[in-house]
Design a protein around this ligand. Structure first.
Ligand code: COI
Length: 341
């Protein structure tokens, strides 16, 4: 009997493979580097050879790089973001990873970079998830945020594209992006000038984030620093069009499709700041942000509040439930967006 007790104790003390690690406080996850996971996937591309390496998983850590690396001199770098979650079916799933692969390819073409083919991108993301499976939070407590990076890592002195590229996927356990938690409405400051300086200043004043207006007219909504934006007018929803100046969000596209399936008319059309201030509701979407109701917009010193203080707007809540229902496999996935790892 004592041997049986010892064995039973050993089994309960050993975490099941891939079960959430006990080294993280899952109830107090924010969105930050403190949740960074121990492994990353790395593959390289050499322009002379014209092909990508097989790639593999290695410990998360510094990247060896010469000061002459293209990225450090001329800034060839792009990134993606997607999440792995434990679903209600008790498995780990990704959401539309091939959309991120496609967007990385589009971004790479715009930046004259070699891009990982879709199969390498998805394999890299899956490897980063599998090797960090114990960093995928318990169901409903957050996600493993995957950050695929593509950088011009090879050396160059004169201006030009890098002779070689590095594709990296690192990961971090994350909870809600904004401090108040997922369902708490956010307060946005409307700004005309994008930049990390204005964002930091707005955050220091207590705003959740900054909503930027277009550079040409200082009048039409573009996007928030971390997410896309939508305005609601009854059964019509409007979001700024993709004209090359804002992020073609995977969550943006998904929410447009989900809203249409629920009978809303969704227009991808310019929204002036006056129209946004007059909306029934405003909400934002993004991988990190998921879907957040906007509690207030502050423009030229005046604060416009929406709905009931502290409560998400009803359309935002309906679409949040629809989106996360799919992502966490609480509902059927007629779109084929959920990708089992
Ligand atoms: C994402 O939503 O994945 C992003 O990259 C946004 C960033 C502000 C974390």
């Amino acid at each position: 009997p004592s041997l049986a007790r010892t064995v039973a104790k050993a089994v309960t003390e050993t975490e099941a493979v891939g079960a959430p690690t006990s080294s993280i406080d899952w109830d107090n996850l924010g969105f930050g580097i403190q949740g960074v996971a121990p492994s990353m996937f790395v593959a390289t591309f050499d322009t002379e050879m014209g092909e990508w390496s097989e790639g593999g998983v290695q410990p998360y850590g510094p990247l060896p790089m010469y000061p002459s690396a293209q990225v450090l001199n001329y800034g060839q770098a792009i990134f993606e973001g997607l999440k792995a979650q434990r679903s209600t079916r008790d498995r780990i799933v990704l959401f539309r990873p091939t959309s991120n692969a496609e967007r990385m390819q589009a971004g790479a073409a715009r930046m004259s970079m070699a891009a990982p083919p879709e199969d390498l991108f998805v394999r890299g993301v899956e490897a980063a998830v599998r090797s960090n499976a114990s960093y995928v939070p318990p169901q409903g407590k957050g996600s493993l945020y995957l950050r695929p990076l593509l950088i011009g890592s090879g050396p160059i002195l004169g201006v030009g594209p890098a002779p070689s590229y590095t594709f990296i996927v690192y990961a971090a356990s994350v909870g809600a992006y904004f401090k108040g938690g997922q369902l708490s409405p956010i307060d946005l400051l409307v700004e005309t000038r994008p930049g990390l300086g204005s964002l930091a200043a707005a955050k220091a004043e207590g705003y959740s984030d900054v909503l930027y207006l277009d550079a040409k007219h200082d009048n039409f909504l573009e996007e928030v620093s971390s997410c896309n934006v939508f305005a609601v007018y009854g059964k019509t929803i409007r979001t700024p069009p993709l004209a090359g100046t804002i992020l073609p969000g995977v969550t943006r596209r998904s929410v447009i499709e989900l809203a249409r399936a629920k009978g809303y008319t969704v227009e991808e059309a310019p929204v002036s700041v006056a129209e946004a201030l007059a909306a029934d509701e405003v909400f934002t979407t993004g991988t990190a942000v998921v879907l957040c109701s906007v509690g207030s917009l502050t423009y030229q010193g005046t604060k416009q509040r929406y709905g009931t203080e502290g409560q998400p707007g009803p359309v935002a809540l309906e679409l949040y439930e629809a989106l996360t229902g799919l992502q966490q496999e609480r509902t059927e996935d007629p779109f084929g967006w959920v990708h089992h790892v």
